[in-house]
Write a protein of this length. Structure first.
Length: 306
């Protein structure tokens, strides 16, 4: 066995970032502290997507403990594809720059790859902080519940968010990586294409990361609008697989129309301030999401409201 082969890592952890000076240190320290069994090794690839806040300069201080790459093409898909191309491990793991993995996260997330039939895994996503407001609603509503995503309850088709997922490198290469034209829900689009290849995809509840959810109303609504528009883009690309020219989730739309009445009822009967605000947060999320759906429907010339 050559020296080069012996040193090749088993796993590559890819973290794409843009202007994350306040968060990325915490993420990297958690990732670098992970341990793998049986002498396995991993590398950490941090991909800068054009940061201007000094994040790249700060990461240079990590030296050889990480591989720091640049991606001139804007967008998370392009940055992650840069990481995939550079990855040396047979398994490529993704997490977000605003996430903090718990101990044993990497070991648990990659353990199922011991089965040659496993092509992908996804782990649990919990809120880093959820003491009040939209952060608390996002956590309690389970908006990033990976188990529900995996079972197709929150979304269709089932997929894993890139905040906590791993794939065989050869599988990612076979489907051409992420679609660089998609900035939101790129992980959902990837899920469509990977499932066509076959193989086992596993949910790992013990592989936990803590994610910094949006903590302002504006950021919360922008996120929902982005998801809403991106969902149309993904549907337009894959609607032939669903056998549908358009899609309207009437039950979801009816629930949105009923939410103002829920808001009024909770103002009267709720026991605490969060219970009074929760339906309002849900209404804002759904309103922003539908707005994104409508904007995407016009942009991509296909009707999609979910």
């Amino acid at each position: 066995m050559s020296e080069e082969t012996r040193k090749r890592p088993d796993i590559s952890v890819v973290i794409a970032f843009y202007n994350r000076l306040d968060l990325l240190d915490r993420c990297l320290q958690s990732v670098l502290s992970q341990e793998l069994p049986d002498g396995k090794s991993f590398e950490v690839i941090a991909v800068d997507n054009g940061s201007t806040d000094g994040t790249r300069e700060r990461l240079a201080e990590y030296g050889d403990s990480i591989r720091l790459l640049d991606c001139a093409t804007r967008g998370p898909s392009a940055a992650r594809n840069t990481g995939i191309r550079a990855a040396q491990g047979d398994v490529v793991v993704f997490t977000d720059s605003d996430a903090v993995p718990e101990p044993n996260w990497l070991r648990n997330l990659t353990e199922p790859f011991g089965d040659s039939q496993t092509i992908g895994t996804g782990g649990r996503i919990e809120a880093l902080v959820w003491e009040r407001g939209v952060e608390m609603w996002f956590q309690m509503a389970g908006m990033l519940n990976q188990r529900k995503c995996f079972e197709g309850i929150l979304c269709f088709p089932p997929y894993f968010a890139t905040a906590n997922t791993a794939w065989r490198r050869e599988t990612l290469q076979a489907v051409g990586g992420f679609n660089e034209d998609i900035w939101w829900s790129e992980d959902c689009d990837l899920g469509w294409r990977i499932r066509e290849k076959g193989g086992s995809i596993v949910y790992v509840d013990a592989a936990v990361i803590r994610h910094a959810h949006r903590n302002t109303i504006i950021g919360f609504m922008r996120q929902s609008m982005g998801y809403g528009e991106a969902a149309v883009r993904v549907f337009a690309a894959h609607r032939d697989k669903m056998g549908a020219r358009y899609f309207i989730a009437w039950d979801s739309y009816a629930k949105f129309l009923f939410l103002p009445f829920r808001c009024l009822l909770t103002l009267i009967f709720a026991h605490n301030s969060f219970q009074r605000r929760a339906p309002f947060y849900e209404w804002l999320w759904r309103a922003a999401n539908i707005y994104g759906n409508l904007r995407g429907s016009l942009r991509y010339r296909v009707l999609f409201i979910a």
